[in-house]
Design a protein around this ligand. Structure first.
Ligand SMILES: [Zn+2]
Length: 169
């Protein structure tokens, strides 16, 4: 498949046993308190489109959310609740990332009028949740139309590059 020009040059982030590629035009912003066990990194473009990669200890979620699918649903419901919105599941499917079953999800959160201004009553969130038993961590890769607006230039490309090249162990 042909790729847009802005994503052809890539860098690779490799840290704490995980790695992923991202377009060289993007910059990385780390949560300053990140550790091997827990943290996040934002992949940002000059036009503000942002893809987040977050991770945490697997044992903290598997009791309540034993599968990536359940974990994904929980996260999206929480996101909707945080913006007092209503959740519409647009797409949910199982994918494989680095050999693990992972949950891909695309949702829309309908935000009540006036909460975020008239221009964006709907927030779109695209995410992938995966559980890595080899490193005892979970990973969530996500992006939202809150950053850069719906269909922000390059946002979906960055998300695709990060998820397609993601290695957790
Ligand atoms: Zn893994």
């Amino acid at each position: 498949m042909a790729e847009p020009r802005q994503t052809t040059e890539r860098d690779t982030l490799r840290i704490y046993g995980m790695s992923f590629d991202f377009p060289a035009s993007q910059k990385l912003e780390f949560d300053p308190k990140f550790t091997r066990e827990e943290g996040s990194v934002a992949v940002k473009s000059p036009t503000k489109s942002v893809v987040f990669v977050t991770w945490g200890e697997l044992q903290r979620v598997v009791k309540k959310l034993p599968t990536p699918k359940e974990h994904s649903r929980y996260s999206m419901e929480r996101a909707a609740k945080n913006s007092r919105g209503r959740l519409n599941q647009v797409e949910q499917r199982e994918v494989r990332i680095n050999g693990h079953p992972a949950a891909y999800s695309r949702v829309e959160v309908e935000v009540p009028r006036g909460m975020l201004g008239p221009q964006r009553p709907k927030q779109e969130i695209v995410s992938v949740h995966l559980h890595c038993d080899r490193t005892s961590r979970y990973f969530v890769i996500y992006t939202s139309s809150d950053w850069g607006g719906p269909g922000a230039k390059g946002r979906d490309d960055v998300f695709r590059v990060v998820t397609e090249t993601f290695r957790c162990h």
